[in-house]
Design a protein around this ligand. Structure first.
Ligand SMILES: [Zn+2]
Ligand SMILES: [Zn+2]
Length: 351
């Protein structure tokens, strides 16, 4: 079968690989589609020591079960799978044993083994789901009401949901998203689905500005030409946003985010900053007198993926404009280039 394989920093090859072997304790899934993620672009440029080459990458997938081992049932009652079931994945396979797992925080598990880093991923015609992922509940069934393309967005949306929950985002909130890349755009659509009264996205560069302007009910602020503070205050009765979500991987954007939240508001540091460039200078007076809360957010858990799938089944998420490109798997380098040149939101690869 054809697969995209990581061999080291900047070295991703599309090559023939043997089909994964069915066993009594695994699932084999025929991949129907898998979106490119920022982490894939990182592998294709600077690499990531957490990914062990040679490794088939890709984790934002939807597929159809073609083999369900006889021992697969019974890990969790009701979680049996059968050929024909459509499924998507929660990427991080937690150990289930450590103090974080015991607290239900598998996304923070120090022994986690992400699919596409420690197990082969979904940029391939077939994917084997290992027993540990089945046991961890990482395979989520996709109901008929959710189209394949939508289901490929469940994993990145689940990370956004984790962040929005940690930020306490609720119906009626006025939400500001700083950085309108793929995840900023997903955050915007998810905030709408959660009932946000106002969703604003700040973005500096074309052509992403044009892509964001296609989203319905999202106010796009051109960070390069507009006074962002004034634009936000104008749409929030002069107060600032209830929730600010930092999706731009830059120090300045994170520092600026505090001044865009209203008093008593929440700032989510969703984007991670590169190692060695992550020190921030924060105005503690803004935090103190403004009673601001600053929250982190990292990754997601299977429950978040399941909830996103439910939202999509209820047609709550306006996902169509989030996928801007669809390419055959053999053209993964063209897809990565689209991302790098910021000409895309989500790029869907089809094996
Ligand atoms: Zn991802
Ligand atoms: Zn653990």
């Amino acid at each position: 079968m054809q697969a995209a394989v990581y061999y080291g920093p900047g070295d991703i090859r599309v090559e023939e690989r043997p089909k994964p072997e069915p066993s009594s304790d695994n699932l084999i899934v025929r991949v129907r589609g898998c979106c490119l993620c920022g982490t894939d672009l990182k592998l294709a440029t600077i690499g990531n020591p957490r990914c062990h080459p040679p490794r088939i990458i890709g984790h934002e997938m939807v597929g159809e079960v073609v083999h369900a081992g006889r021992d697969v049932r019974g890990f969790t009652p009701g979680d049996g799978f059968a050929p024909g079931d459509r499924v998507t994945l929660a990427t991080t396979v937690a150990c289930g044993q450590c103090p974080y797992c015991a607290r239900g925080l598998g996304n923070l598990c120090p022994n986690a083994k992400p699919i596409s880093y420690d197990f082969d991923g979904a940029f391939a015609s077939y994917l084997a789901i290992p027993p540990l992922a089945l046991k961890g509940g990482n395979v989520i069934r996709v109901p008929e009401a959710v189209p394949d393309d939508a289901a490929t967005l469940s994993e990145p949306l689940s990370c956004a949901l984790n962040a929005q929950e940690l930020a306490g985002l609720k119906a009626g909130d006025r939400v500001l998203i700083i950085g309108g890349g793929p995840l900023g755009a997903l955050h915007a659509e998810l905030a709408k689905a959660q009932g946000a009264a106002e969703v604003m996205v700040v973005q500096r560069s074309e052509p992403r500005l044009s892509l964001l302007r296609q989203l319905q009910g999202v106010h796009v602020i051109d960070g390069a030409h507009e006074d962002v503070g004034a634009a936000v205050r104008q749409r929030t009765d002069g107060l600032g946003a209830d929730v600010v979500i930092g999706c731009a991987p830059g120090r300045e954007a994170q520092e600026q985010s505090l001044s865009l939240a209203r008093k008593g508001g929440v700032v989510s540091l969703f984007a991670s900053l590169p190692k060695g460039a992550s020190d921030l200078t924060l105005d503690s007076r803004l935090i103190h007198y403004g009673e601001l809360r600053i929250v982190g957010a990292s990754d997601s858990r299977p429950e978040h993926v399941a909830r996103v799938v439910e939202l999509m089944a209820a047609s709550k998420i306006d996902w169509q404009r989030l996928i801007t490109h669809r390419l055959p798997l053999a053209e993964i380098h063209a897809g990565l280039a689209l991302m790098q040149q910021k000409r895309s939101l989500k790029v869907l690869m089809c094996p």
